[in-house]
Design a protein. Structure first.
Length: 200
């Protein structure tokens, strides 16, 4: 995770003090650190990791920064089920996020925020299908490019290297299925119209 992505994720998902936030794919804990810092002492971060060696590394990193007190580390695969519900936001950092969208939806409160980071177009395409089929809306896909400039007034120009593509960010929010015709039309509009792969 790069700072350029982390900052945008935190802002877009409206992460703030006192919230309960979930993460799956703890890794070394870079995103966990940012989430824990933003939710503050009154908030809570629940993070799942399948590999014990990564979880241990993340524990050490959070402990060094004094943020481990507001983080609950869980060892396991969320595909096997999770008990958490009504959380404010869910950051899913796995290469096959479409396989976990049902679990994410069950954990989020209505209107709760979702975000995923993957590097390729085909991953994003598959994820978008899964989000639409599981009643998520307000879908957005973007990437953040960061380019520095040499701070020389007489010859200002870009530096020789830049932090370009690191991954595509996909954002969405859990919505509730409509029960009447007018609500169904709104749902279709929020979903972005009919799925291109859905027959008429």
């Amino acid at each position: 995770m790069y700072p350029k992505d982390i900052g945008f994720i935190l802002t877009t998902m409206s992460i703030g003090p006192g919230q309960t936030v979930m993460e799956a794919g703890t890794g070394s804990g870079s995103m966990t650190v940012a989430l824990a810092f933003c939710v503050g002492a009154q908030g809570r971060v629940i993070t799942y990791e399948r590999r014990p060696e990564f979880q241990e590394l993340a524990r050490k990193n959070l402990s060094r920064l004094g943020l481990d007190g507001q983080v609950e580390f869980k060892l396991g695969d969320i595909a096997e089920g999770i008990s958490e519900t009504n959380v404010d936001a869910f950051f899913l950092d796995v290469p096959n996020p479409w396989d976990y969208i049902r679990q994410v939806r069950a954990a989020l409160k209505p209107g709760g925020f979702f975000c995923n980071l993957v590097p390729t177009f085909n991953q994003v395409e598959t994820l978008l299908h899964a989000l639409r089929h599981n009643d998520f809306a307000f879908l957005e896909v973007c990437e953040i490019l960061l380019r520095y400039y040499k701070p020389e007034p007489s010859r200002l120009r870009p530096t020789d290297r830049m932090v370009a593509h690191t991954g595509f960010l996909t954002f969405a929010r859990r919505i509730e299925p409509a029960e009447d015709e007018r609500g169904s039309e709104l749902m279709e509009e929020l979903h972005g119209g009919k799925d291109d792969h859905t027959p008429e």
